[in-house]
Design a protein around this ligand. Structure first.
Ligand SMILES: Nc1ncnc2c1ncn2[C@@H]1O[C@H](COP(=O)(O)OP(=O)(O)OP(=O)(O)O)[C@@H](O)[C@H]1O
Ligand SMILES: [Mg+2]
Length: 253
């Protein structure tokens, strides 16, 4: 018996102003896997993330998530279905505290409607307490506890990355898309990030990872290489590093 991949991209294409940035991109992300995406600057990695997460509608191709097309789903609907992303430049609410930032990631758990929230019904209050409790637990888990009441603006680059991941994880993702999570991090922070990715994957979260960091990329079971919007090589990291075309166009060796 074969099971559907969690995410299946088929012949995905996109262009901006007539310039093709993705051409016929086809690959699967199996449930429980860690799939990597590498490629030179401008090769289309973030555009692909924008398409999968619903920020951009592709001009060609299909995307199935959990066995069904998500072409008609909004960003929010995809998030509710467990498809959650982080951004190349961490998107944190600067003026809000670390804890409040993580609480934003819990909105998926919101069951009462807006009117109830405005009326501050007991149900809405109980729900807010539950969201706070979960966010506090996530703060502790991701070692942000001591920073919980500080504005996000005061965090270092490494702490912001972890905050973004904590906010994504508290929303209980099934597929986590990480766009260059190691950029701006030092070696120790990248090691820490690597541990988190492995741990979250072991807990059942499927990961699609974009990174220029070849050390971090070794967490991926399969890596696809994009070059001018086209996949030119796929395989495990060892095979990718041996691939003549990848060495020439990306690794520069
Ligand atoms: N909104 C946009 N309008 C026009 N062109 C765009 C837009 N977004 C991206 N591009 C162009 O599409 C191409 C792919 O960009 P994209 O950001 O997807 O690449 P990337 O692989 O993520 O690069 P990097 O490694 O630098 O993050 C680039 O040539 C970029 O300039
Ligand atoms: Mg990018």
């Amino acid at each position: 018996m074969t099971t559907d991949p969690l995410l299946a991209l088929r012949q995905v294409g996109h262009s901006f102003g007539g310039l093709a940035v993705l051409r016929s991109v086809t690959f699967d992300v199996p449930e429980g896997g860690i799939v990597g995406l590498i490629g030179p600057n401008g090769s289309g990695k973030t555009t692909l993330f924008n398409i999968v997460s619903g920020y951009i509608r592709p001009l060609a191709g299909t995307i199935d998530y959990r066995g069904a097309s998500i072409a008609g789903s909004s960003i929010q609907q995809r998030g509710l279905a467990g498809l959650v992303r982080t951004f190349q430049t961490p998107q944190v609410f600067e003026q809000m505290t670390v804890l409040e930032n993580i609480m934003v990631g819990c909105t998926k758990l919101t069951r009462t409607n807006m009117l109830q929230d405005l009326l501050r019904t007991p149900a809405a209050r109980a729900q807010m307490q539950e969201i706070r409790r979960r966010a506090e637990a996530a703060c502790e888990r991701f070692r942000l506890g001591a920073l919980a009441d500080l504005p996000a603006a005061s965090l270092t680059a490494g702490q912001r990355r972890i905050l973004e991941i904590a906010r994504a994880v508290v929303g209980e993702p099934r597929l986590l898309l990480l766009d260059e999570p190691s950029s701006g991090l030092n070696a120790q922070e990248i090691e820490n990030l690597r541990d988190w990715i492995v741990r979250l994957n072991e807990e059942g979260i499927t990961v699609l990872l974009v990174s220029h960091d070849m050390g971090l990329m070794t967490v991926a079971h399969t890596v696809h290489t994009l070059y001018f919007g086209e996949i030119i090589a796929s395989g495990d990291m060892a095979a990718i590093q041996r691939d003549a075309r990848v060495r020439e166009v990306y690794l520069g060796v």
